[in-house]
Design a protein around this ligand. Structure first.
Ligand code: GRF
Length: 236
């Protein structure tokens, strides 16, 4: 049985280019931030491929514009929407072909099975629009406002079988304004996402944050460093 442990190191130089595959369902503004950073040489990454489960996702256009390989896994030959099992079979084959070091779910809106997650060819992280462990699932901004939260934000966490429940790596926070609606909060949080995602990728690429798959020892022990999550406080 394997588990994921998180290790921080004081590594400054890390020449390796991090190969990233990204799963999307929608606009792809977070994908765009990584494309821009890659093209500007601001991040030591190569986006090796994008998988979309929707054929109308604008993220597809963004990737194609810069010649990133795209796999659109939305429909089967009969024209019906692809079932999750079929999606996962194709996605796994495609990911293995691209050989990523890291898989990022950036606005990917399908729930993945335990089998897919366990057999993923690289560590997988998800960008979630709330300060986990609060507000797992959908409609996070609406729920945070209704609950009268003073703080809200976004998290990047390791993907595990339980939805939005894996170890939280990084978070970015903002203060909720009295005037905020779910819509305005969504826009403000998305601006945070656009800073949190490249920052987190940089930490992983530089080896500051390492996602290692380890075999749990006989005592089943796994060490989670207490310093996580790393938090980014942004004035927004
Ligand atoms: C993000 O706000 C993310 O938090 C949510 O879906 C949105 C995706 O945005 N899960 P985009 O497709 O990157 O523009």
């Amino acid at each position: 049985m394997s588990d994921i442990s998180l290790v921080t190191k004081n590594t400054t130089a890390h020449a390796k280019i991090l190969r990233i595959a990204i799963l999307v369902s929608g606009s792809g503004s977070n994908l765009q931030v990584l494309i821009d950073a890659m093209q500007a040489g601001a991040l030591p990454i190569e986006i090796v491929g994008v998988i979309s489960n929707r054929d109308d996702a604008y993220a597809i256009t963004r990737a194609k514009e810069v010649s990133i390989p795209v796999a659109v896994l939305s429909h089967v030959a009969s024209g019906k929407r692809m079932g999750i099992k079929t999606f996962e079979t194709h996605a796994n084959t495609q990911l293995r072909a691209w050989q990523p070091d890291l898989i990022i779910l950036a606005g990917f809106m399908r729930v993945l099975s335990t089998k897919f997650i366990d057999n993923a060819p690289a560590p997988m992280v998800n960008l979630h629009p709330a300060l986990l462990p609060a507000y797992k699932g959908l409609n996070t901004h609406q729920r945070a406002i209704r609950a009268g939260e003073r703080y809200h934000g976004c998290s990047i966490h390791v993907v595990t079988a339980e939805l939005d429940a894996g170890a939280v790596l990084t978070q970015a926070l903002l203060e909720v304004n009295q005037k905020d609606s779910a819509d305005s909060l969504q826009k403000r949080v998305q601006k945070l996402e656009h800073q949190l995602l490249p920052w987190t990728v940089l930490l992983i690429a530089k080896g500051v944050l390492t996602l290692q798959t380890v075999n749990a020892g006989a005592d089943n022990s796994t060490t989670y460093l207490p310093a996580l999550p790393l938090r980014l406080w942004l004035n927004n």
